[in-house]
Design a protein around this ligand. Sequence first.
Ligand SMILES: C[S@@+](CC[C@H](N)C(=O)[O-])C[C@H]1O[C@@H](n2cnc3c(N)ncnc32)[C@H](O)[C@@H]1O
Length: 276
Amino acid sequence: MNTTARSTDTADAIAAAWNGPVGRHWAEHQDRYDAMMAGFNDALFGAAAIGDRDRVLDIGCGSGCTTREAARRAGQGRVLGVDISEPLLDRARALSGHLAHLGYELGDAQVHPFPASAYDVAISRGGVMFFADHTEAFANIARALRPGGRLAFMCPRPAAPGTDEGRALGRLASLLGQEQAIGGGLAEGMASLARPGRIEDVLTGAGFREIDVTPVTEDTHWGKDAADAVDFFLSRTPDRTVPDETRAAMREALLPYETERGVLLRAGVWVVTAHA
Ligand SMILES: C[S@@+](CC[C@H](N)C(=O)[O-])C[C@H]1O[C@@H](n2cnc3c(N)ncnc32)[C@H](O)[C@@H]1O
């Protein structure tokens, strides 16, 4: 199989996942996913430094939490959210109402024909890991930015062994199999930008400069209690039945992280900034 064919197959599989059960699950549980990632918003928006008149592109915007926040910050500018998932864009549009300077488009950001030099800032909260070819994708985003335009995104950092998240998610993964723990066959994509060296190589290859990769660690919210968090995990694959003892072992793995504010796991991301 040549590289082009492999990339096409990968892109098709990723698009199918985000337009199939994975995307529908994220759309249906948008409030839970937003609550899970909320702790990272300040770091992302601090890095993006969006100004009132900026033209902003939100890559892999999903149900649009960060797109709407960008639109609040760029009140005199304009904001476009792009995503490959129809169910998530339906949810984004339903939640966004009608704001003249906020819009959404369906598209694969790797190849989407963005107008050249049309944006001041490109942001992404976890929407840049699933490209079939990351260098090609970031080069396409660089072309959409004006010269000197900013890129600010976050992507998962591997859970270090011995940390809360490492222990709890490791236990769930061993009980369920890694794919089930992460969800929907997207484990490989989720980890694709886990290494700072890889992030720097990809962005340099795409023409970005002044690359900064900073670790950020925050609480992530998984459910109101351990049983609720287990239900959420298992809802990702509704066709699979899990024995009662597995469910009980999952709950036990999450019990140490129950707090008054729900099940909280410390989790790490990279917050990455660069200039086109
Ligand atoms: C982990 S979710 C994050 C969604 C959103 N940024 C948020 O914070 O809720 C990843 C998103 O990237 C989108 N995505 C994956 N590959 C994409 C691509 N090639 N082009 C555009 N969006 C893509 C998915 O459809 C999904 O909405």
